[in-house]
Design a protein around this ligand. Structure first.
Ligand code: Z15
Length: 830
């Protein structure tokens, strides 16, 4: 650091960051002319984006520095959020709003000849996630900073984010998402690198006191290099850090020897192999495939993060027993469960603590969030794979398991089968490590993400663990979303209208304040403006649809939207089969009857995992139906079917404010929470949904009369499936007509859809499409009816928005902080 005597000089030259329009323009032009080496003769919108982004980045990093210093001096507990996915979307708009300088930037950019919207839309999404789990992590970072918690995110810096989706001839095509060409939002920290070891073997040795120590040696070393992304809070100078690790060949290991011995090509190959670890995000949502490279990613990221966290703790010179008082680590699903084992390894093998004392520290440090009960999504790693890649970690897992099972056997001596059921090791061929059990045993709290889901984990996958540990270890934190991005940024006009009624923007940091909106249900002007804003948002989406698909849709029609990852459990197939039913109904009507119908636009969007054939078939069916319906003269505006390509965070910001109704129709008991349901309601759209995930709590909050619920309940699903498997299955007659139409070739080659149809008609209808079909169709008829009374519809929308305060991610973070982390905020002295 700078010597005492020189600090005054330093401070005099400290960068301040712009606040006025003039200063913003100075900074932006300076960056364009020097950092980017462009001039006013070749400054396009991309250059303007780059200049503005760099100007904001400077501001953020100044606050980032101050925040980090403050947190270091404060010497209090920090939170570390470990997530393999952070689905951040664009950063510039968010930075402008959180720092409170968007109007300054708008005026400045206008002076320089640009429209702020065009500049903002130049930015490439940071798409380091698949769906809900990754976006939740991003919302949590926003709330942690806004609420002034000393918190860090830790993740992987993938060179390729989630693929870009193109729809070619009605099929999904995946394009690699190379996004790092120009990323002004990250700061490489080449001085912060960690050596990460893989493979090798374990040797037992006696130390000088005769104590047995384990030594993991040999194998290979890969370097983890830190890249830091500043996370600004809204309306506060707190700027937290998201640290992403990038893999690189270790200097000592590779170059030197091989370059000297003339193995140039081999050396380059080694470098590339090392860099492969952080090369690509696995594109599966709610599915685990057990690939070695994925396990390598997990350990690489956990080991680097733990090393960093432990190093920060050691600087405080506190005894190890204080570790859980200074560090809370939250595991976003089981992807980071190896962090538990890694901390135990550091404490026992490297720091020489007793096993039992180390394990107390580990359990006191970790919390685990479960996001699914679906068996195909629960992580299991093969023992031979782990033995080879992480021999010492496998030993530790066996030891943890042995002690745990010993305790269980002692406590429940009569239940022999329990040992088999709760063992971390599944006695299969090959043996498997059950990561959810490891995460549960190694944490002091386990939480689900919505009430139904938390009840389900307590009664199904973790039932035995509730018996063993008691019910208090298991809790619920219902998911939420950040109202900054999902209301203020995505829907600025609605946010402004709300602010004009509530006397300012305080609702953005205390969302329960929205409840005062119910006082304006009789305010005709307010309601008119509300409706105008919804219409303008629909016009904007209609324009996007026209530009990207060529199809014209009527903005006055009912916009019915389902955008999310394509998955059988989310039941996009139920939606499109319902659309076909609607089409057949329209075709069977007389022109007079048709006049009474409410025009509809059915909008779909979402990515299918590249290897998920059934999901890809669903996309193809939607596109094929659209091809027929959109060109049928009998139908006209009464029905349009649209597939929006490449659904991502920035598209969601256009789509969410434009819905009249959105679909959250998973088979009851399968969607842990869902978070887009919250986004749509917060933007003044109603929802049609099943009694699943957070739909249930949304209903509780907004009232049953403001939501369209349908379908079987979670408690009945098991019996229905069982009945199907024993031959008790009657295909719904309306659904049968839909299948007849598909089989008759009305939407192109029927063969392409046979597996999809058969999964329902022949193979047990696991997701209960037929069981729920009638209820779904009937409920859509209620939606049609309700939409005809625009006045009443509008009232439902406004009432619902007013009652959505509970679903702010700020509320979630406060619950985690109190119930799980035991951390206090550290507000800046302002
Ligand atoms: C994912 O996006 C979710 C759960 C998972 O187990 C995986 Cl691997 C990915 C989603 C849930 O499906 C969704 O219901 C929930 O809202 C979201 O996590 C955030 O909790």
């Amino acid at each position: 650091s700078i010597p005492e005597g020189q600090r005054e000089a330093w401070k005099k030259h400290s960068v301040q960051g712009f606040t006025t329009k003039e200063q913003f323009e100075d900074e932006t032009v300076r960056h364009i002319e020097t950092t980017l080496a462009r001039s006013l003769f070749n400054c396009d919108e991309l250059a303007a984006y780059s200049g503005a982004a760099l100007a904001f980045r400077d501001r953020l990093i100044i606050e980032w520095n101050r925040t980090q210093q403050r947190q270091t001096f404060a010497d209090q507990k920090r939170v570390y959020y470990l997530s393999l996915e952070f689905l951040m979307g664009r950063a510039l708009d968010n930075a402008m709003l959180n720092v409170g300088l968007k109007d300054v930037a708008r005026a400045g950019l206008k002076d320089l000849g640009f429209r702020i919207e065009d500049v903002i839309s130049q930015e490439h999404d940071a798409a380091l996630g698949n769906g809900g789990l990754g976006r939740l992590a991003a919302c949590f970072l926003d709330s942690l900073a806004t609420l002034n918690y000393p918190a860090w995110g830790y993740g992987l810096r993938y060179r390729y984010g989630i693929f870009k989706q193109e729809i070619v001839d009605g099929y999904q095509v995946e394009i690699p998402d190379y996004w790092l060409d120009f990323n002004p939002w990250e700061f490489p920290r080449h001085d912060i690198t960690v050596d990460i070891q893989f493979y090798g073997s374990v040797r037992r040795e006696k130390d000088e006191h005769g104590k047995t120590v384990m030594i993991w040696e040999g194998g290979e070393i890969v370097d983890a290099v830190a890249y830091d992304v500043p996370i600004p809070g809204y309306g506060t100078s707190t700027t937290n850090n998201l640290r992403l690790w990038s893999s690189k060949a270790s200097k000592g290991e590779f170059d030197f020897q091989k370059f000297n011995s003339g193995e140039y090509e081999g050396s380059v190959g080694d470098q590339q192999r090392a860099e492969t670890i952080s090369a690509v995000l696995y594109p599966n949502d709610n599915l685990e495939r057990g690939k070695e490279l994925r396990l390598k990613q997990q350990y690489f990221w956990c080991a680097a993060s733990l090393f960093d966290i432990v190093r920060r703790f050691t600087k405080t010179k506190k005894p190890w027993s204080k570790f859980p008082d200074m560090v809370a680590i939250q595991l976003n699903d089981t992807h980071p469960a190896l962090a538990i084992v890694e901390l135990q390894r550091i404490l026992v093998d490297i720091e020489g603590l007793d096993w039992a004392e180390a394990w107390r520290i580990v359990q006191g440090t970790f919390g685990y969030t479960n996001h699914t009960v679906m068996p195909e999504a629960l992580e299991k790693w093969s023992v031979p794979l782990m033995q080879n890649l992480l021999p010492r970690h496998l030993q530790i897992i066996y030891e943890v398991n042995a002690q745990f099972l010993q305790y269980v056997e002692k406590t429940f001596p009569k239940d022999r089968d329990m040992l088999r059921r709760v063992s971390i090791i599944e006695e299969s061929q090959p043996k498997m490590v059950r990561m959810a059990f490891l995460a549960t045993i190694g944490s002091h709290k386990v939480n689900g993400v919505a009430e139904l889901h938390s009840d389900l984990i307590r009664t199904t996958i973790f039932k035995d663990f509730v018996t063993i540990y008691g019910p208090d270890k298991f809790t619920n934190v219902t998911n939420g979303i950040t109202p900054r991005r999902w209301l203020h940024q995505a829907n600025p006009r609605l946010s402004e209208l709300i602010a004009s009624k509530l006397g300012g923007y305080n609702f953005l940091t205390d969302l329960t304040k929205l409840n005062k909106l119910e006082n304006f249900l009789d305010d005709a002007n307010f309601k008119k403006e509300w409706q105008e804003i919804k219409h303008a948002n629909k016009v904007r989406l209609a324009q996007h649809i026209k530009d990207t698909t060529g199809v014209s849709v009527n903005p006055k029609a009912l916009f019915d939207i389902q955008v999310k990852r394509i998955h059988e459990y989310k039941r996009q197939q139920l939606n499109i089969l319902g659309v076909i039913h609607r089409y057949l109904t329209i075709k069977s009507m007389s022109p007079e009857e048709r006049k009474k119908l409410a025009p509809r636009v059915s909008i779909f969007g979402g990515k299918a995992a590249p290897g998920y054939w059934m999901a890809k078939t669903v996309i193809h069916l939607v596109c094929s139906v659209g091809e027929v319906v959109n060109n049928d003269k009998d139908v006209g505006d009464l029905l349009k079917v649209i597939y929006i390509e490449d659904y991502n965070v920035s598209k969601a910001e256009i789509i969410t404010p434009a819905s009249d109704i959105s679909e959250h129709i998973s088979t009851a008991g399968t969607e842990a929470s869902g978070t887009s349901n919250m986004k749509f309601v917060l933007n003044g759209g109603l929802i049609i949904g099943t009694c699943d995930g957070a739909n249930i709590e949304i209903t509780r909050e907004i009232g049953e009369s403001n939501i369209f619920l349908f379908g079987n309940l979670a408690e009945d699903v098991e019996d229905l499936r069982h009945a199907h498997n024993y031959g008790d299955f009657q295909l719904d007659p309306d659904l049968n007509k839909v299948f007849e139409a598909i089989k008759g070739g009305r939407f192109g080659d029927a063969g392409r859809f046979s597996a999809l149809c058969n999964s329902i008609t022949e193979h047990g209808d696991y997701y209960l499409v037929s069981d729920d079909f009638n209820s779904y169709i009937k409920t859509h008829e209620l939606v049609d009816e309700a939409f005809k009374d625009q006045e009443a519809w509008l009232e439902k929308c406004i009432t619902s928005v007013a009652r959505m305060g509970f679903f702010s991610s700020d509320r979630c973070i406060q619950e985690y902080a109190e119930m799980i982390w035991n951390v206090e905020p550290l507000p800046p002295k302002e």
